[in-house]
Design a protein around this ligand. Sequence first.
Ligand SMILES: C[S@@+](CC[C@H](N)C(=O)[O-])C[C@H]1O[C@@H](n2cnc3c(N)ncnc32)[C@H](O)[C@@H]1O
Length: 220
Amino acid sequence: MDRLSERLLLIAKQVNDKDVICDIGTDHAMIPIYLAKGNLITKAYACDIAEKPLAQAKKNIAKYQVGEIITPILANGLHGLANIKIDSCIISGLGSASILEILQNDSDLIDRYILCSNDDPTILRQWVKAKKYFIEKELLIKENEIIYEIIVINKVAGQKVKNKRDILFGPVLRKEQTKLFQEKWLLKNDYYQTLLNKIPVKTKRYQEIRAKLKMINKVI
Ligand SMILES: C[S@@+](CC[C@H](N)C(=O)[O-])C[C@H]1O[C@@H](n2cnc3c(N)ncnc32)[C@H](O)[C@@H]1O
């Protein structure tokens, strides 16, 4: 089996021992196969909206002889999982808007989510706040010069998302202030500063960016 990238490996590590998982946007089913081969899960549903990646997922599942543990499902988001109890639902490698759309079908059958979006995850933490769920963990990982956030959402325990700062920075990441966190927000600071210089002062956009810069400067 090809080695998992550092990002996928860190996502896989957030699954609890012997969980029943689903991996939405599974592509070639790399995460479920890694977990099944390591005997780390009870069952996995490897879901993808597109036939081509799912065909490759099926080939890989057969090749690594994990067909008893992993069921491939061709479906949009959570639609293929009706009445199935899931301990951990992974959604990674999609944009936050797509992830948010998938989360609209959240149900009591799903206990926790492991999310890693390709872009700004702010709207995902807004969703956590609106649903009154909790952040169990937040992690940063740098891959190909991009810093990704991994957000583990738990429905019963963890940190609350209380305010604008928690939404923007993450309640856990903000407190931990790791090197990568500093790097991420120093880069954002430079980006917003450059942007601000190009926007007319008396616009709403200018005020929004100025407010963001103020927040960044207070946090880092
Ligand atoms: C870039 S791959 C991500 C692979 C892997 N999860 C990762 O994190 O690298 C995105 C995959 O998500 C699938 N996808 C996109 N929208 C989806 C949706 N609404 N439901 C299920 N799969 C979706 C695509 O077909 C594609 O295989």
